[in-house]
Ligand binder design. Structure first.
Ligand code: PLP
Length: 377
């Protein structure tokens, strides 16, 4: 049997990893500023993480949501504390798309409406409704097509106001990334997020903050939407939550009341997933990783802005986009194959940095030095 060939691959096999360093099958060392797509939050093979997962696996790895799993409540308590949303409720699932899918469903159950407002450049996942709210027609199959999603330009307050005037009481939810990831590190403005909050209040629509990529401490605050100083009704999260173990969740405001069967999953919230989630939050707290993300991120952004040839540097904390001109389109590949540094990308010419939150100043400098050389070419 062959693999279903949907990924364009770099011909590199990673065999060992520690912190922000990975090694390939030939023993070649790489600096990892991609974190497997913003997933590695506390660093590869962190000793506390490995121990917690190993200990749990030796006790019980999985049982279904038909029994009490105290680790789920421990995780909810800790997440409430670290995120500052003490009163919110946690539903656990397995992936970012699933988190968004559940958020849409919850919103629709809540206000009994169907329309969703999403934004140009958005990526919310590949399941049916999540992909329909994703601004990429190529990955929306005919069966996923729906008239329920309306796309508006990002940060256009008047367009948002007009949409609420036009659709008002039909709007179930508004979904927005605090910083668009796949869209090229484009930040939602504070004014815009505040406007979403006030319009959702006025029309009883649900504000969904997609924090799958930009959340979990990456920008220096737990949710990047928090920079606007207003709460969302639902936060969706995944990537950094389990440092590589598949776990996702939605943090749900107190006004939503659950009923048995409203949401559900087989794997979500299993013992191993919760142990991974706990280990991540424990390390984030102990090592003050949100502060480190803010500090090293600010340092990187400041230094990158000084480099000649770079068109624009966008982002916050350790979610950084470096926009390059077409003439420097080769830099990303050069970083990987010549300088042995993993980075992410966004089309057409944006290099995305999504490293572990404990990236050190020395590692940031190592990247800057190599990046300057790669740009000179
Ligand atoms: C903002 C955002 N939302 C949702 C998703 C979907 O997450 P998953 O691939 O875990 O389904 C992604 C994945 O890249 C994302 O960046």
């Amino acid at each position: 049997m062959n693999l279903f060939d949907v990924y364009p691959l770099n011909n590199i096999e990673i065999q060992k990893a520690a912190g922000s360093t990975v090694w390939d099958a030939d023993g070649q060392e790489y600096l990892d500023l991609y974190g497997g797509h913003a997933v590695i939050s506390i660093g590869h093979t962190h000793p506390h993480y490995v121990k917690r997962l190993t200990d749990q696996l030796n006790k019980v790895g999985f049982y279904s949501n038909s029994v009490v799993i105290p680790l789920q409540s421990e995780l909810a308590e800790k997440l409430g504390k670290v995120s500052g949303k003490f009163e919110y409720q946690l539903f656990l699932c397995n992936s970012g798309a699933e988190a968004n899918e559940n958020a849409f469903k919850l919103a629709s159950f809540y206000n009994n409406r169907k329309k969703i407002i999403a934004f140009k450049g958005a990526f919310h996942g590949r399941t049916s409704l999540a992909v329909s709210a994703t601004d990429n027609p190529k990955i929306i199959a005919p069966v996923n097509e729906t008239d329920n999603v309306v796309f508006l330009p990002l940060n256009d307050v008047s367009a948002l106001e007009e949409a609420f005037i036009a659709y008002g009481n039909e709007i179930s939810s508004v979904i927005i990334e605090g910083i668009q990831g796949v869209g090229g590190i484009k930040e939602a403005s504070i004014e815009f997020l505040q406007k979403i909050r006030s319009l959702c209040d006025e029309y009883n629509a649900v504000y969904i903050a997609d924090s799958v990529q930009c959340g979990y401490g990456r920008t220096g605050l737990f949710y990047s939407h928090d920079y606007a100083g207003v709460d969302a009704d639902v936060y969706t999260m995944a990537k950094g939550m389990g440092n590589g173990f598949p776990i996702a969740g939605i943090s749900i405001a107190p006004k939503f009341e659950p009923w048995y069967g409203m949401l559900g999953t087989t794997f979500g919230g299993n013992h191993l997933a919760c142990s991974a989630g706990m280990a991540v939050l424990e390390v984030m707290e102990q090592d003050n990783l949100m502060q480190n993300a803010a500090d090293i991120g600010e340092y990187l952004i400041t230094e990158l802005r000084k480099i000649e040839g770079v068109l624009e540097v966008r982002g916050r904390g350790l979610m950084i986009g470096i926009e390059l001109p077409e003439t420097l389109a080769h830099v990303k590949k050069a970083l990987l194959f010549k300088h042995h540094i993993f980075t992410g990308e966004a089309k057409p010419n944006v290099i995305r940095l999504l490293p572990a939150l404990n990236l050190s100043k020395e590692q940031a400098d190592q990247f800057l030095e190599n990046f300057k050389i790669a740009i000179k070419g």
